[in-house]
Write a protein that binds this ligand. Structure first.
Ligand code: G4P
Length: 529
């Protein structure tokens, strides 16, 4: 039976990710969020492009050069009696597959919008992904210290383009040079902004009540009048916050502020811990698992190599779905049907790694991976079910990969298979020849693979064009029919990194013809472990 302490541990946790278009301010918000969580004394160490410090997640030279974050890191910090897990999602669209899987491991998302720009491309795509699970979304309208667009217009855009209702929780007073702060609609408070305090937690001045006579003094009588007029309009024209609709993913509470000026981020965090859901259960191939189940369970959504050059290892990121991790506990690796004792799981405090004593539902633990863990793997305390919904996607881009030095074929294959287990890329070995085909969802993955093969496996490889347009995993319950298909279709069949049979089609038309010719064969564009 779950006791009160155990339930309290679960209820105080919040696990979320930030979704945004590049440059909207995700990194800056992450810094400030960690600052509030006391995880960083002075904000500015997450990226610090200007200061020359490099983020913990900037683990590859390529990332630094391109100024993008390729990896997903995990940070845990306390906030107001709660424990918050923030999962960083890669910003570049080429890593959408990784991002997708990270979003399966969170219970809510923070959408960051550059209020001068409004809804941008990448946000649109990420919102589509969150829709698949109706993840609750909070919104932060950023960069109020710059001249922004009319906030009502930006909220309209969010509503119409992203198909989610907006409920402003705070309302901005001015913007750019005349940004004065926000009015909190539910606390009936004006919270005043002071510029130049972005790196520390500000002592803010708060004025209670809209008719507070000090308001005129603080923000000027023109802005005070505008604020009162706007609020009348906003209250009439926009939605009230509704927790049920929020939890259904149909309505988003909206906060305004400036991440750079460290203003407003705490209002959002207050909303997050108050309204965002505590860790949720997940579906399996048997019955769903509730987060309050006392038996341990979790799934792997990400595998990452060499996060820290000092530790040349591979870490599997496991989201705990239920129960409790305790150092030294035995877990069942469900796919392999094997029990393993885990005494060195890692936690990720503000990007630093530390050995972990215990962890609960909603937490992410890092498991050392010596080649037996794949994305989507399930760990339980003795059961054999598997979590569902952590897919591999059929790649859209293909290249043949070849060695400069033919003696290293074995290392090349080992490297490619390990990288495919991490989800960094997919590899296909045709049944009919000795080619090695690399498949990717985004074009940048090809460069990452060659760079990592060189750095981690000492293999010098190059790409050649190959006439492949798309791939499908093939299934058939009838062994005989599958055998027949294997014989007749051998020229187009390959094994992927996990030895799963895959149809490699030179053109869409070819795929379509094969589907018509072999109606008993299933051609799938996603695969789960
Ligand atoms: P990202 O992770 O979403 O890509 O965005 P990031 O936080 O790196 O922010 C992108 C740029 O926007 C950065 O400037 C950052 O300083 C700036 N920024 C973030 N929040 C605010 C804000 O509230 N107000 C203003 N005015 N700017 C903001 P940069 O010059 O590209 O980078 P940096 O050299 O300052 O790191």
């Amino acid at each position: 039976m779950a006791n009160a302490d155990f339930l309290n541990e679960i209820n105080k946790r919040r696990t979320f990710a930030i979704i945004s278009h590049p440059d909207a301010g995700k990194t800056t918000i992450t810094e400030k969020v960690l600052l509030f969580g006391n995880a960083l004394q002075t904000a500015g160490t997450v990226k610090g492009k200007k200061s020359g410090q490099h983020a913990k997640s900037d683990w590859m030279e390529m990332e630094k050069e391109r100024g993008i974050s390729v990896t997903t890191s995990v940070m845990q910090f306390p906030y107001n009696d709660h424990l918050v897990n923030l999962l960083d999602t890669p910003g570049h669209e080429d890593f959408s597959e990784d991002t997708y899987r990270t979003l399966t491991a969170v219970d809510s998302c923070l959408m960051v919008i550059d209020a001068a720009k409004g809804v941008e491309d990448r946000t649109r795509k990420l919102m589509e992904v969150t829709r698949l699970r109706d993840t609750p979304i909070l919104t932060f309208m950023n960069k109020l210290d710059r001249d922004i667009r009319d906030p009502l217009e930006v909220m309209d855009e969010v509503e119409s383009e992203l198909d989610i209702l907006c409920a402003p929780i705070t309302w901005p007073i001015g913007c750019g040079k005349s940004f004065k702060g926000v009015y909190h609609l539910y606390r009936d408070e004006t919270i005043l902004y002071q510029s130049g305090h972005g790196h520390t937690i500000q002592e803010v001045r708060i004025l209670k009540g809209l008719d507070n006579p000090e308001l005129e003094d603080a923000i000027g009588s023109d802005l005070a009048e505008t604020l009162r007029d706007e609020l009348e309009l906003v209250r009439g024209a926009s939605n009230d916050f509704d927790k049920e609709l929020f939890l259904d993913g149909q309505l988003t509470p909206v906060f305004f502020g400036t991440a750079l000026g460290n203003f407003g981020v705490d209002h959002m965090l207050d909303g997050m811990v108050e309204w965002a859901p505590a860790p949720q259960g997940r579906e399996t191939d048997e019955s769903p698992v509730e987060s309050t189940d006392t038996k341990f369970s979790g799934f792997v959504f990400k595998i990452q190599a060499n996060m820290d050059p000092k530790h040349r290892d591979r870490i599997a990121f496991c989201r705990i779905v239920s129960g409790k991790y305790e150092k030294g506990m035995k877990m069942r690796h469900s796919r392999l049907g094997k029990d393993v004792r885990i005494s060195d799981a890692l936690t990720f405090l503000a990007g630093d790694r530390a050995l972990l004593e215990e962890a609960y539902a909603g937490d992410i633990i890092g498991l050392h991976n010596h080649g037996t863990i794949r994305i989507g793997d399930t760990f339980t305390s003795g059961d054999n079910y598997r979590f569902s919904g952590i897919p591999n996607f059929a790649p859209e881009l293909f290249k043949r990969i070849r060695l400069r030095d033919p003696l290293k074929q074995k290392q090349l294959l080992k490297g490619l298979i390990q990288l495919s287990e991490e989800g960094a890329v997919q590899v296909f070995r045709p049944l009919a020849n000795n080619d090695l085909i690399v498949g990717a969802v985004g074009v940048l993955q090809f460069d990452v693979v060659v760079a990592r093969l060189k750095a981690e496996y000492n293999v010098d490889a190059l790409y050649e064009h190959i006439n492949v347009n798309t791939a499908r995993w093939v299934y058939c319950k009838d062994e005989k029919k599958l055998d027949e298909f294997r014989r007749k279709g051998e020229q187009n069949l390959a094994l992927d990194g996990g030895d799963n049979l895959t149809y490699i089609a030179p053109t869409r038309v070819n795929l379509q013809l094969s589907q018509e010719r072999f109606p008993d064969i299933e051609f799938k564009n996603t695969r789960e472990n």
